[in-house]
Ligand binder design. Structure first.
Ligand code: DC
Length: 335
């Protein structure tokens, strides 16, 4: 018999969020420990005194844990304690070594027994970063953060306001008042500009080029990097971008730098564009890619460059699955 510990947090005392986060915690803990309901004897919950709107145990019942004993209790009020926190202890019949799971704000509670996965994937446009990052995030059941989407949202904000992305002063003024954020719907990133879902609108070629231009401004990067670090500190995740391994998360546990020839990348992007109904010739795409590479590599702040400790993978002659497998294997060997 083993006792398996876990905890998570909520951002507010909201019944729907408590239900959702408790379910996430249970599902991940049970999966990580190879359990099924039949070998769970009981699940005990405790929550901090700032949670009133929902019994965590009720969320377990509603998530389908109907045969095991459930119990909820209230934790003492400790001034320095993590707020809005829900803890679990699962007593289960298993011979496996317990895998304790601490999610969201609760990751900080037990760094000694949980290992947060932080994976940085950098590289130029069309090197396969986003496709590979999504596969890896799915494989390890962790978050995927597309950091390029944030700079794209900044560019879209400039276009809508009629501001030239090269004009640092006007961009700064605008970005100070724009709200760029991301959230997740069914595991997929949703990019928000002033609360509007702009995930699709930021994918056009004009926006790609402007995102590169706007991302060169120091104040734009400062705001975006802060948000990226915040998301990465709360979650195990894969981040893709240009400066993740060098600047955003220099201590990331795993770093990769994907490359491919400009011609191969242009062919891939052309195919993607055609599938999305975006009309561009091969030469236009190739030209955009080369211009963007040059801009991203030569800017003063956090340019596109391989971190010294990143593993470089030339994906020109490799399939998506081959690249993903290579990365997954190299991670599995170390965790
Ligand atoms: O990855 P992407 O094509 O969506 O990125 C669009 C632009 O955003 C890219 O040309 C440069 C910029 N970017 C950046 O400067 N730093 C990042 N971490 C991600 C993107």
């Amino acid at each position: 018999m083993k006792a398996i510990r876990g905890a998570t947090t909520v951002s507010s005392d909201n019944a729907a969020e408590i239900q959702c986060n408790v379910k996430e915690l249970l599902v991940k803990t049970i999966k990580a420990n190879g359990l099924c309901e039949d070998n769970i004897i009981c699940i005990m919950f405790s929550n901090t005194s700032d949670i009133h709107s929902y019994y965590p145990a009720k969320a377990a019942r509603e998530a389908g844990f109907v045969n095991c004993a459930l119990y909820s209790s209230l934790e003492p009020e400790i001034t320095s304690a993590l707020k809005l926190c829900i803890r679990i202890m699962i007593i289960a019949e298993t011979d496996n070594k317990p895998q304790h799971i601490y999610l969201r704000g609760a990751e900080s509670l037990r760094r000694d027994i949980t290992s947060k996965l932080t994976i940085a994937i950098d590289g130029p446009a069309g090197s396969g970063k986003s496709t590979i990052s999504k596969i890896i995030a799915k494989k390890f059941d962790i978050l995927y953060l597309d950091t390029g989407a944030m700079y794209r949202a900044c560019a879209l904000a400039c276009v809508r306001a009629g501001i030239d992305c090269r004009d640092g002063k006007s961009v700064k003024e605008l970005i100070n008042h724009a709200q760029i954020n991301v959230n997740y719907k069914d595991g997929a990133q949703v990019t928000l500009l002033n609360g509007e879902d702009v995930s699709e609108k930021i994918r056009y070629p004009e926006i790609s080029m402007l995102a590169s231009t706007v991302s060169a401004h120091e104040h734009v990067r400062a705001g975006m990097v802060e948000l990226q670090r915040q998301i990465a500190s709360d979650n195990s995740c894969v981040l893709d971008g240009r400066d993740i391994g060098t600047n955003v998360l220099p201590n990331a546990g795993f770093k990769y730098f994907l490359t491919a020839s400009a011609e191969v990348r242009a062919k891939r992007r052309l195919l993607e564009n055609t599938q999305k109904g975006i009309n561009q010739t091969y030469n236009e795409v190739l030209n955009d890619i080369k211009t963007r590479d040059e801009q991203d590599r030569t800017r003063k702040i956090a340019p596109l460059v391989k971190a010294v400790d990143a593993i470089e993978i030339d994906t020109s002659e490799m399939s998506i699955d081959e690249v993903a497998e290579l990365i997954i294997k190299s991670i599995q060997e170390k965790i």
